[in-house]
Design a protein around this ligand. Structure first.
Ligand SMILES: Cc1cc2nc3c(=O)[nH]c(=O)nc-3n(C[C@H](O)[C@H](O)[C@H](O)COP(=O)(O)OP(=O)(O)OC[C@H]3O[C@@H](n4cnc5c(N)ncnc54)[C@H](O)[C@@H]3O)c2cc1C
Length: 618
């Protein structure tokens, strides 16, 4: 039965915005001791410290309105000319912008004067740190990018990691965290009452791991109609090659031309109720509904069905061998910032960065070679012959500065509004980059006892807004420790994206529709959602949703993953003529970075593209 807001604890005194948990303890100096790392001297109070802010984060209120005004044809008054002249201005202080500053110093010398302008109130872009303080302990969670897919690293990225002291092998080795799949009772699937008529947790169950499970027995437990259950049983039991007679090339071409759900419809006879289970399975991984993926993309991402192609088993969910910091790639961004502006956190290194408290007042000091200015949205960047003039808005005021060079490390879709004189072809190509919205909500709860009792560390929730939920602990690196055995406060990560309405067809319209939904939801809507899931899933194991939810940080990313090309939606372009390649062409003293420039939503791509952009500067 649907619970009232009161029953869900919606009125409870948890932080909604700009609240420091356990403020009393912090004031008494009882928060985690930070040895050997700059803990004091911050010009910001704890309540102002961006990583501890809760409520609506990610693309937080105040960060995007200026850019949306430009998008909608609005204009701003000419900026007040500041007496500031730089060698380089970087637009966007995400991983790519920070890397651009690094490579600029390598190419043009350490004395180069650099300004990074960032529209958010924190640096890192998608590399966002969620920091909670509770019962005298600091608990970290991730607000965006977190996996380091090190096996894909170029030599450029490997060198940067080495310079920052990042040992990806150690980060991988010391990661016990396994995306909620490593509980005593293995991975779990949670069916919710609103969608399926009853709340039901099924343990030792993964839709993508038909190889190691008695699927018949598990499917008998699914609260689905009899027809859907028998279709699913038939599907998982099939051992055949539905593409027999086709050459490898023909089979590949076919799998790239049919959507994943259509493939299962046609070759396994699955109906809509059965297929619904797989709809949101890749909302986090790919950032899209299953219907946007080709069969080839779905199967290679680990969705079940390989056994329809002559393989022995339906699929095997593998451990993704990534390296990870305790706050995701925010630690990487922090190491980058520290290397550019050492005074933000003297003594910081890769071995203690997770504990370092950054002095945000040191980010933008006139005497420093590198300055980072937050809450500053660039509205124009124009070539002037010998350099670039850049205008930006900060606190409602518009300002103008000059520079010899400029690297655009922001989303590509915004660049045509900032550089209206770009060639038409390049503007069209930049606008091709419609990013995929993503949602990552960190919820600090009193303990993991309820999950421990159920024998799980997370569950997939096919009927809910966030497709996955998992405990975020077991990453003991960068000075931080939070063991699985610890039964104190712990962040739960809710992960996924907001499904677009089913009647929206084209994939870019799906992203836009999902973005509109995401921005229209209020904090209370997200809060109600996570409380409903926690109550339904963990309530029977003793979780009291009114008592046990301590803080909620919603990291919404309306402009999330870069638009990497999909089989069903994007043609193959000749080398050099793909939209991202046209979009990334240098424009006199301005060059283009960001992972959008690689049409590939990876942290290491953001770095590679920064390297290229700096080396293309005249
Ligand atoms: C939730 C989420 C999870 C992810 N997980 C992973 C992962 O696990 N592994 C992985 O490799 N990748 C992941 N990614 C992809 C991620 O996009 C990249 O890894 C990388 O962080 C992109 O960095 P970037 O600097 O290119 O872009 P961004 O991080 O987007 O940085 C660009 C910055 O420019 C700012 N900006 C935009 N316009 C302006 C303007 N006009 N003025 C000033 N500033 C502006 C933006 O606000 C932003 O802060 C994830 C992304 C999201 C959203």
């Amino acid at each position: 039965m649907k619970k009232s807001d009161r029953e869900l604890g919606m009125g409870s005194d948890i932080s909604r915005r700009d609240f420091i948990h356990d403020a009393g303890l912090t004031a008494l100096g009882l928060s985690l001791p930070i040895s050997g790392v700059a803990a004091a001297g911050s010009g910001t109070s704890d309540a102002d410290y961006p990583p501890t802010r809760t409520g609506l984060r990610g693309s937080h209120p105040g960060a995007f309105e200026v850019a949306h005004t430009l998008r909608d044809g609005g204009a701003f008054p000419a900026g007040r000319k500041l007496n500031e002249d730089y060698d380089l201005v970087v637009v966007g202080a995400g991983i790519s912008g920070l890397a651009a500053a690094h490579y600029y110093r390598k190419r043009f010398g350490k004395d180069a004067r650099i300004l990074l302008l960032e529209n958010h109130d924190d640096f890192g872009g998608h590399a966002k740190r969620n920091e909670f303080h509770q019962s005298g302990q600091m608990r970290l969670s991730m607000g965006g990018t977190h996996n380091l897919e090190h096996w894909l690293f170029s030599d450029t990225v490997k060198s940067l990691m080495a310079e920052l002291g990042v040992d990806v092998n150690e980060l991988q080795r010391k990661r016990e965290f396994a995306y909620g799949r490593n509980g005593e009772k293995g991975p779990a699937l949670w069916f919710d009452e609103q969608t399926y008529g009853e709340n039901k947790l099924i343990t030792n169950c993964s839709l993508g791991d038909g190889a190691n499970q008695d699927m018949d027995a598990l499917i008998d437990e699914f609260p689905l109609g009899e027809v859907a259950r028998s279709q699913l049983k038939h599907f998982y039991a099939m051992r055949t090659n539905v593409l027999k007679g086709k050459s490898d090339e023909q089979a590949q071409a076919y799998l790239k031309s049919i959507s994943y759900p259509d493939f299962l419809r046609q070759h396994a006879g699955l109906g809509e109720e059965a297929l619904q289970l797989f709809d949101s399975m890749e909302l986090g991984g790919w950032g899209v509904d299953a219907r946007a993926l080709s069969a080839s993309e779905g199967l290679s991402a680990g969705m079940p069905g390989l056994h329809l192609l002559g393989n022995d088993s339906p699929g095997k969910e593998s451990d993704y061998p990534v390296a990870m910091f305790p706050d995701g790639n925010a630690s990487l961004a922090r190491l980058q910032v520290h290397s550019l502006i050492p005074n933000v956190a003297p003594g910081t290194n890769a071995g203690n960065v997770a504990l370092a408290k950054f002095d945000y007042s040191a980010l933008d000091r006139p005497d420093a070679a590198v300055r980072l200015r937050l809450n500053s949205t660039v509205i124009n960047a124009s070539n002037t012959g010998s350099g670039v003039t850049v205008s930006y808005i900060n606190q409602g005021q518009s300002y103008q500065i000059t520079s010899r060079h400029c690297v655009m490390a922001c989303y590509h879709v915004v660049i045509p509004h900032l550089c209206p004189d770009l060639p038409k072809e390049q503007k069209t190509a930049l606008k091709y980059q419609v990013k995929r919205p993503l949602l990552l909500t960190s919820v600090l709860v009193k303990s993991s006892k309820a999950m421990d009792k159920l024998g799980i560390t997370g569950a997939r929730c096919p009927g809910r807004m966030h497709d996955d939920v998992y405990l975020f602990k077991g990453i003991n690196t960068a000075g931080y420790r939070h063991d699985f055995a610890d039964d104190g406060p712990v962040p739960l990560v809710f992960w996924g994206a907001i499904s677009p309405p089913k009647d929206v067809v084209h994939v870019k319209d799906q992203y836009r529709a999902s973005r509109t939904k995401m921005l229209a939801l209020r904090f209370e809507d997200y809060e109600r959602e996570v409380r409903t899931v926690l109550d339904g899933m963990l309530g029977p194991a003793g979780f009291d949703v009114k008592r046990d939810v301590l803080a909620i940080t919603v990291n919404r990313w309306p402009h999330g993953y870069s638009h990497d090309y999909l089989d069903l939606w994007n043609p193959h372009w000749p080398e050099g003529e793909a939209p991202h390649q046209i979009a990334s062409r240098p424009y006199a003293n301005i060059t283009m970075a960001n992972s959008d420039a690689g049409a590939n939503a990876y942290t290491h791509v953001a770095i590679d593209e920064a390297f290229r952009a700096v080396n293309e500067l005249p």
